[in-house]
Design a protein around this ligand. Structure first.
Ligand code: SF4
Length: 63
């Protein structure tokens, strides 16, 4: 499964990183999220989906 963060939609709330720190991190420069692993499966895919669900901006695409 592929995970992507839409940098234009991300507002840097950090909920994705709090929910799934093994998949998402925040940039030091602007506090916006990026993915540590673009291709995930198993437990990481589950974590990525939970992180996507946690995003209030719907900035994370999984699939
Ligand atoms: S939860 Fe959404 S808006 Fe917040 S940092 Fe993560 S991707 Fe960005």
């Amino acid at each position: 499964m592929r995970v992507q963060v839409d940098a234009n939609q991300c507002q840097g709330h950090g909920l994705c990183q709090m929910t799934a720190p093994q998949v998402f991190a925040l940039r030091d420069e602007d506090g916006h999220a990026y993915v540590l692993e673009e291709e995930v499966d198993g437990d990481l895919a589950t974590a990525a989906r939970e992180g996507a669900d946690s995003c209030p901006e719907r900035a994370i695409n999984v699939g």
